[in-house]
Design a protein around this ligand. Structure first.
Ligand code: DGJ
Length: 340
């Protein structure tokens, strides 16, 4: 009896040892930080309202910024697509030490409730806010998509702050080098160069553009990529010496298949590889659309996406999944673990 028990213990610990590889350790860190439902709560028990979000890692803390989608969803008349919207609610900020428990830091960028000509007026569109820290100026710089309800304004907006949680001061909006700009993201490279990646030319062509050294404007150093591929929702990462760009198709709030491209440098030649998602529902990015990817450990990222609820945008959900890079290959695998 005693011998049987000892053998069972040895087998148990041997199995544990084999499974407990560095990779599985990193994986479990990822697992604990994501959730797949709608009622994801902050530390006060309120639903987290941060859509089209991005994360800034600064001084051992994660800062999550996202669109505040609050109030009734309405259909904009006269559009040929599912033009559902909520009033622009500004940009929220949450902080966390572990990607799991999030403290509400307040509204980092306030909407304007009075001046209908303001880019931040509630009647406008404020989407996909992303924040990067400028080492030289010590400022936090927020870039976002600014639009009117018919999405014909197609601009990018910039705001600045002395602290990560804001308040951010809006500096204005513009079309980068005169080009239409809708879905976008920003990326800070290892050498501190900043880049803006944005859907342009009727969303048919993606552009990448180097930012000025203070990150407040764009330079003429710009390149067209994914030409005529009609992509949006750009998510960019660097792993070792390769850059990866994940995008979605342009189907409004409806989910579609993600695709990724690889390049040796941000302004280099982007080569399309394919869908990074695996398994069932990979053709709809697991019923979601990418917004950001956060580096965790080498080759391990947290892929963050929105599960849009088109007719009730306030109740849109979030999908956070582990993403791995092996050489030139990206892989996203569905995980069932709910965070709430
Ligand atoms: C898809 C974009 O990715 C979203 O950010 C939003 O602009 C919707 N289109 C609007 O339909």
């Amino acid at each position: 009896m005693a011998i049987k028990a000892i053998v069972a213990y040895i087998i148990y610990f041997l199995g544990f040892f084999i499974l407990w590889t560095p990779e599985s350790r990193a994986q479990s860190k990822v697992d604990s930080g994501f959730f797949q439902g709608q009622r994801w709560k902050d530390s006060q028990g309120n639903p987290i309202n941060a859509h089209g979000a991005g994360v800034l890692y600064y001084k051992d803390k994660y800062y999550l910024y996202g669109e505040i989608k609050k109030g009734q969803t309405t259909l904009v008349p006269g559009q040929i697509w599912d033009a559902y919207r909520v009033p622009a609610g500004g940009v929220s900020c949450y902080s966390s030490f572990d990607l799991k428990h999030w403290k509400y830091e307040g509204v980092a960028l306030l909407p304007n409730t009075k001046d209908t000509s303001s880019d931040l007026h509630v009647s406008r569109v404020i989407e996909r806010p992303k924040v990067i820290f400028n080492e030289k100026t010590k400022k936090f710089v927020m870039w976002m998509h600014i639009d009117k309800e018919d999405y014909a304004y197609a601009r990018v907006g910039v705001a600045i702050s002395d602290s990560p949680q804001g308040p951010f001061r809006f500096l204005g909006s513009f079309r980068p080098n005169g080009n239409e700009s809708r879905d976008m993201t920003v990326f800070k490279d290892l050498d501190n160069s900043g880049y803006l990646i944005y859907s342009s030319e009727g969303n048919a062509i993606m552009h990448i553009c180097k930012l000025s050294s203070d990150y407040l404007s764009v330079t003429k150093n710009e390149k067209r990529m994914l030409v005529w591929q009609s992509r949006e929702a750009p998510v960019i990462i660097r792993n070792n010496k390769k850059y990866f760009l994940i995008t979605s198709k342009t189907t409004g709030w409806s989910p579609n298949e993600a695709m990724y491209a690889v390049a040796d440098k941000p302004l280099g030649n982007w080569k399309v590889v394919g869908n990074p998602c695996t398994g069932s529902m990979s053709e709809t990015t697991y019923n979601s659309q990418g917004t950001f990817a956060l580096p965790l450990t080498n080759g391990q990222f947290l892929f963050m996406a929105d599960r849009w609820n088109m007719k009730d945008l306030e109740n849109s959900g979030y999908v956070w999944l582990p993403m791995t890079v092996e050489e030139d290959r990206l892989k996203i695998v569905w995980q069932d673990v709910a965070f709430y």
